[in-house]
Design a binder for this molecule. Structure first.
Ligand SMILES: NC(=O)c1ccc[n+]([C@@H]2O[C@H](COP(=O)([O-])OP(=O)(O)OC[C@H]3O[C@@H](n4cnc5c(N)ncnc54)[C@H](O)[C@@H]3O)[C@@H](O)[C@H]2O)c1
Length: 446
């Protein structure tokens, strides 16, 4: 089978200094001014976000906040002993020299911190899922509207050249009429299943426990619940909020879908029985009704943290004329269209068979196949440039929006439309009910 491989052209938002100068007047910043940011929650992802943000030309880190002293010590080790650090995020928000904050805390703090930051006049890059509870989503949307601040949610696929290519292919009809999307994310390791290391100095002296708890139910100090917060419904959002949400964001970007109308999820806790109260295997089914952007289609999602066969993740879009996958790049496979529908006469007597066959031959004289005609079968692959980072690209897009005070694609509404069905998957799993979602108004339907 013939196959072609193409690389995306460089020259996307990364490094693109050119921004609409007229818009810059809104914030009084010119595209070349540097912008200053602080990171709240500088654990695994907060560190990754900080690094990506610092790679955007003209962006400067001026402070970090975390409730565990070890994280602050580490930040000084990496970014210099002069770095401003605090355990209280309000001290970050009250500083006048900070244009935006990165919020990379556990999920239950995303909504309150994002709202507080926007009300304090900061633009916000908040990690996914935008909210821990779908009801809080509308409050974030409203805060963004009221304050006029730029808020971007951290599902980086939305800025990826790979997903842009997939969107373009789908819109150009490359796979005909879409009827189904499948996506999965399988793991098989302790770290992959969120069993992160607990530092030896995790004591109340080094950790502001009450600030971690925030609005979650009060509890005695327990470092496991802080360092492995994803394992508990009080702070995390299970595999649906952690991983399905990325799949929703990517898929909504590619299809232009706003969200499903019906959600059903099933699964269980099969292996990682370490005290967690969330499943390690989850399957979700979602109905997307026809909209001006896409035909009606079904979505099936899977996360399996106990896949002994290996760790994989990917996307498969099935249409009437082909299949598009997203994994390491985008792949398109299309079966050449058969003009001859063929016959199924084998069970009839010989004379009848002969008549049916003759009739078919007459109507569809034998032709050479595409391969015999020298035409390759349509099977193409596009890859991102070597070393490409959608995470860096997402931060570059955000920084450009902060400078020019212009909207971003993955704003609060987009963020809620991705988080909503992910969070409803949990509600469906625990209640064993099918959930109805209104993707336009972004709320659960009774
Ligand atoms: N976009 C992605 O690909 C991606 C990948 C990983 C994680 N994430 C998201 O990033 C967020 C952080 O995840 P993580 O893996 O870095 O977790 P983590 O536990 O490594 O980091 C969270 C940090 O927040 C700190 N924290 C807790 N309460 C705080 C408070 N009140 N104020 C300030 N800091 C506080 C913790 O001490 C910790 O250092 C999550 O929302 C997660 O879903 C996104």
């Amino acid at each position: 089978m013939a196959s072609t491989r193409r690389h995306f052209l460089q020259g996307t938002a990364l490094g693109a200094a050119a921004l609409p100068g007229g818009l810059a007047q809104v914030t009084g910043k010119s595209p070349n001014d540097h912008i200053q940011f602080a990171t709240i929650g500088i654990g695994g992802m907060g560190t990754g976000d900080t690094e990506s943000a610092m790679r955007v030309p003209g962006s400067k880190l001026v402070g970090v906040c975390d409730i565990y002293q070890g994280r602050l010590d580490r930040a000084k080790e990496v970014y210099g002993s002069g770095l401003y650090t605090t355990r209280d995020y309000r001290e970050i928000l009250s500083r006048k020299d900070i244009d935006y904050v990165i919020i990379s805390t556990p999920d239950h703090l995303h909504a309150p911190l994002s709202i507080a930051a926007m009300e304090a006049g900061k633009d916000v890059y908040v990690q996914k899922p935008m909210v821990q509870k779908w009801e809080d989503g509308l409050k974030v949307v409203e805060a963004a509207r009221k304050t006029g601040r730029v808020i971007q949610v951290g599902s980086q696929r939305v800025s990826s050249v790979v997903y842009q290519k997939a969107r373009q292919l789908l819109q150009s009809g490359a796979i005909g009429e879409l009827n189904m999307v499948e996506a999965w994310w399988d793991r098989n390791s302790a770290i992959g299943a969120w069993q992160y290391s607990i530092p030896l100095d995790a004591t109340p002296a080094n950790i502001d426990w009450d600030r971690f708890i925030g609005g979650a139910p009060k509890r005695e100090f327990d470092p496991i619940r802080l360092f492995r917060w994803r394992n508990y419904q009080d702070y995390g959002t299970g595999v649906a909020g952690d991983l399905f949400v990325h799949l929703f964001s990517g898929m909504h970007f590619v299809t232009g879908a706003l969200g499903p109308n019906r959600v059903f999820a099933s699964g269980g806790l099969r292996f990682w029985k370490d005290g967690r109260d969330v499943p390690d295997v989850l399957l979700g089914l979602y109905d997307y009704e026809k909209t001006p952007a896409h035909p009606a289609f079904n979505l099936a999602l899977r996360v399996n943290f106990v896949n002994g066969g290996g760790e994989t993740s990917g996307f498969k879009f099935t249409g009437s004329d082909g299949v598009m996958t997203i994994g390491n790049g985008v792949t398109l496979s299309r079966l050449p269209k058969e003009k001859n529908p063929g016959t199924s006469a084998g069970g009839f007597d010989r004379a009848t068979q002969a008549l049916i066959l003759a009739e078919n031959r007459k109507k569809y004289p034998p032709q050479k196949t595409d391969l015999e005609n020298g035409e390759p079968l349509a099977n193409e692959r596009w890859l991102a440039p070597r070393g490409y980072s959608d995470q860096d690209e997402h931060h570059a897009n955000f920084a450009a929006a902060v400078r020019a005070h212009k909207p971003v694609t993955e704003d609060a509404v987009f963020g809620l439309r991705a988080a909503g069905p992910a969070l409803l998957s949990n509600l469906s799993y625990y209640s064993r009910q099918t959930m109805a979602w209104d993707p336009i108004n972004m709320r659960v339907k009774a």
